[in-house]
Design a binder for this molecule. Structure first.
Ligand code: HXC
Length: 522
């Protein structure tokens, strides 16, 4: 071949690449920008380490001949796929391209997405999907539906093998929501990001409700009410940076550990403030986050579902550079009680950590399960069982520190010793009992109390009985005397003791009985 021929062929390649990079064309790119949205390729560039993206299937086009589609075709079709790195670690990515038929899913798009998902499984790398799509490509009929199903099946098989993260940067509606829903984390932005099964028009025609897109499926709703979204960001740029941060806490796959980060925070750092942080009155709230930030490396933690079921905190942090999942009751909200939502939230987080070899620290201050018809009718029994199941089956290192209250069934659920807690510590303020003093005395002495006519005498009797109960149970020593608590620790030493416990557990190896899979109460 002559040099000129060669040059022409290279030029053709360069031109084709340039054409593919334009997706659905400059006009549609401008429209995308005018909505405050980035294009698929811009998003990938912002997500990955500079220059690390290797695109695949740039020349794939759709194969549809219906409705004049044979006359309109774009290189790459409606999705950009490939691999690159985040902080030098391999990730696989797909980003739906709204400039091509509104990012709607065609047969070939699904083949591209499946290909990169298969690659993620082969490499043992996280898969990050950026969703911005009008749903199934209407012109393709059941081919589009089959394409979704292929993706869903891969989401299911990849679950617990490689981490899966979904970013919602546009519409994600109808059955299309189920790919993100099957993944580990859903991240949404405050504008332009929505997820629902049926849109406002269908809702209006079926139920008569008037509802806006945001009210029905926006980031605020999903991060506060439904709990579908794990993270909410003000902008796409913020969300992409947050995704990088999230990735830094998690391993590449289920046989690796999360990256070890060099720790410059002394492991034996004493936090004197913790000795007096918990109020003497057990009914007074305090902020559990103060304890978390005081004990983790450099006070740095990343909260998951921060706005949903705030009576429980789930976050990633590091101890001596080791990524750790923390689950903590939050006395500031609903007194830290366990209810349906908080049980589900924490159960899912515990299972993620266990699936991906992330040790678990549990900080307990729980007065019990929330009583009432609302909770019972919503199935608190099943939801509470989820959390118990998640803790009980987890084989990663588990350290539990009881900060204050730990009553009844909630005590058991919150990673007690008998659910294979490895090291269970308690602060001196801890109260480990079947229930609180006033409830207990009401049950035990109800008849005797009723028989006392004199009000003063009655008050004194209750006071004496409650004092007796508190002396026996409103402390950690009864549980410690039985070995249910391994040690009572000084609050200011907590960081050091937790790190020492996890260091000891580095070689922990236990496994569950052989089974096809468990049957967690769903
Ligand atoms: C083919 C589509 C499309 C679709 C959008 N487009 N959705 N093409 N199939 N599903 C095209 C539009 O024709 C338009 O083409 C371009 O994408 C941009 O769309 P606009 O409507 O101009 O954009 P916008 O105003 O931002 O509105 C976005 C939208 C709207 C809200 C997503 O396009 C819309 O309602 N689309 C239909 C959504 C839908 O009903 N999808 C099917 C759901 S059922 P041009 O050429 O003008 O740029 C489903 C089942 C999945 O998805 C089941 C899985 C199990």
């Amino acid at each position: 071949m002559s040099t000129i021929e060669n040059q022409n062929k290279v030029k053709q390649l360069i031109d084709l690449r340039a054409k593919a990079r334009l997706g659905g064309g400059q006009k549609r790119i401008d429209t995308q920008h005018a909505k405050g949205k980035f294009t698929a390729r811009e998003r990938i560039e912002m997500l990955l380490d500079e220059g690390s993206f290797e695109e695949m299937d740039m020349f794939v086009t759709h194969r549809c001949n219906n409705f004049g589609m044979e006359k309109e075709s774009y290189l790459g079709d409606g999705v950009v796929v490939g691999h690159g790195t985040i902080d030098g670690r391999m990730v696989c990515v797909f980003a739906q391209d709204f400039t091509v038929f509104g990012g709607s899913l065609s047969e070939t798009m699904s083949l591209k997405i499946c290909k990169v998902m298969d690659l993620a499984m082969k490499l043992g790398a996280p898969i990050i999907g950026i969703n911005d799509s009008g749903g199934a490509r209407i012109q393709e009929g059941s081919n589009a539906l089959a394409g979704y199903s292929e993706i869903f099946e891969r989401n299911i098989l990849a679950s617990g093998v490689v981490p899966q993260i979904s970013l919602i940067f546009g519409p994600c509606a109808g059955g299309a929501v189920y790919s993100p829903a099957l993944t580990d984390f859903i991240m949404m932005t405050e504008q332009n990001s929505y997820m629902f099964i049926t849109g406002p028009k269908v809702v209006k025609s079926v139920t008569g409700e008037d509802v806006t897109v945001d009210e029905l499926g926006g980031a605020n709703m999903h991060s506060r009410k439904s709990g579908v979204a794990h993270f909410k960001s003000a902008s796409e740029a913020e969300c992409l940076a947050l995704t990088r941060r999230l990735v830094s806490f998690i391993p590449q796959n289920n046989v690796e550990d999360a990256p070890l980060i060099e720790c410059n925070d002394p492991i034996n750092r004493l936090e004197d403030s913790l000795n007096s942080l918990v109020p003497e009155n057990p009914n007074k709230p305090y902020d559990m986050k103060e304890i978390i930030s005081a004990i983790v490396d450099n006070g740095d933690y990343l909260e998951v579902q921060a706005l949903y079921a705030q009576n429980i905190i789930c976050c990633f942090a590091r101890f001596n550079g080791v990524s750790t999942g923390i689950i903590a009751n939050q006395p500031k909200f609903l007194a830290g009680v366990l209810d349906c939502d908080s049980s589900r939230k924490a159960a899912r987080f515990v299972r993620f950590c266990d699936a991906f070899n992330i040790p678990i620290l549990t900080l307990v201050d729980v007065p019990g399960f929330l009583p009432g018809t609302g909770q019972e009718y919503s199935g608190i029994i099943t939801h509470g069982a989820k959390l118990m199941f998640a803790y009980g089956e987890a084989t990663v290192p588990k350290v539990t520190v009881t900060i204050r209250k730990s009553y009844g069934g909630a005590h058991i659920v919150m990673s007690c010793k008998q659910l294979r807690g490895d090291f269970n510590y308690a602060w001196p303020n801890a109260e480990i009992a079947v229930m609180g003093a006033s409830g207990a005395i009401e049950v035990l002495e109800g008849k005797n109390i009723a028989a006392i006519a004199d009000a003063e005498e009655k008050k004194q009797f209750i006071f004496d009985k409650e004092t007796e109960y508190k002396e026996k149970f409103a402390n950690p020593y009864q549980a410690a005397s039985l070995g249910y608590i391994d040690d009572v620790i000084e609050p200011r030493n907590t960081r050091f003791r937790v790190i020492r416990a996890f260091q000891a557990l580095q070689t922990k190896k236990i496994s569950n009985p052989m089974k096809k899979h468990d049957n967690i109460p769903l």
